[in-house]
Design a protein around this ligand. Structure first.
Ligand SMILES: [Fe+2]
Ligand SMILES: [Fe+2]
Length: 268
């Protein structure tokens, strides 16, 4: 089983780290052999440069290109640095808060949904969506068009009070118009995989968009022992998008679900 993308999120390096996941993760990445690893934010717990560097070493040692966007934990916790140097450490290590990756099979655009003046919630200013629209204009024909941002656009309210991205419906409409087929996010530390039409009618509104939220790769809060840990592996052919979900169980990465979605607004 190989994949195009492995999607991880919420490492929270610097808080209750678990080095035992690293070696099994390296073996999983070798098996899945993804073209790209996507990390959808909260790479660190406090946004410190040293934490960011360790997160980068951890992900880059997996031996694949890495596309990372910031989460609300990737900025300084205290003022004034929270406002004056919000993304300094992230940008110093990762180069940009709005990365992109393009190949024959992939067109991936990362967006920064972090708002330093808010504690948890995320949003995308219209100009940030314009960045995605511009980047996707150059996508290769047939490439899987992916948007990456930390804050979730959709998830059932299983066990979180974290609201979806601000102005979610307007953002989803613009993503659909730009031909986005897949949205990757995190933030809630729980997995979900849904097609847009499952929560918002999508007839005649562009393609069928799939929205994935990754479980946390880290589990930063010791008291939340029930919090899921896992990742997604994503593959696609011309007609079908396949999402395999792996969970960390009993000291290993176990494949626990495989979900299939039609590409291009069709049916399975
Ligand atoms: Fe997180
Ligand atoms: Fe978060």
């Amino acid at each position: 089983m190989t994949s195009l993308v492995v999607h991880v999120s919420d490492l929270h390096v610097g808080k209750k780290e678990s080095p035992e996941i690293a070696e099994p993760l390296a073996r999983l990445i070798d098996r899945e052999s993804p073209e790209l690893i996507v990390a959808s934010g909260d790479l660190t717990h406090r946004g410190q440069r040293e934490q960011q560097e360790r997160a980068a070493v951890f992900l880059r040692e997996l031996g694949r290109p890495v596309l990372a966007v910031p989460g609300n934990h990737d900025i300084p916790h205290t003022v004034p640095a929270r406002f004056t140097q919000s993304f300094s450490a992230f940008a110093a290590v990762w180069g940009t808060t709005t990365p992109s990756f393009a190949s024959e099979r992939l067109a991936v655009v990362g967006l920064n949904s972090v708002r330093p003046w808010r504690h948890q919630s995320g949003g995308l200013a219209p100009g940030r969506v314009a960045h995605l629209e511009g980047a996707l204009e150059h996508a290769a024909p047939g490439a899987l068009r992916i948007a990456v941002l930390h804050h979730q656009l959709a998830n059932p309210p299983w066990r979180t009070r974290k609201a979806p991205l601000a102005r979610r419906d307007a953002v989803v409409d613009r993503f659909a118009a730009a031909g986005v087929e897949l949205v990757l996010g995190g933030h809630v530390h729980q997995a979900s995989a849904t097609r847009r039409g499952e929560f918002q009618a999508d007839e005649g509104a562009g393609g069928a968009m799939v929205l994935l939220t990754a479980p946390g790769l880290g589990r930063p809060r010791p008291h939340r022992t029930g919090e899921a840990r896992g990742l997604h592996a994503i593959d696609a052919d011309e007609r079908t998008l396949v999402v395999r979900t792996y969970l960390w169980r009993d000291g290993r990465w176990a494949a626990t679900a495989e979900r299939r979605f039609p590409r291009g607004g069709g049916e399975l």
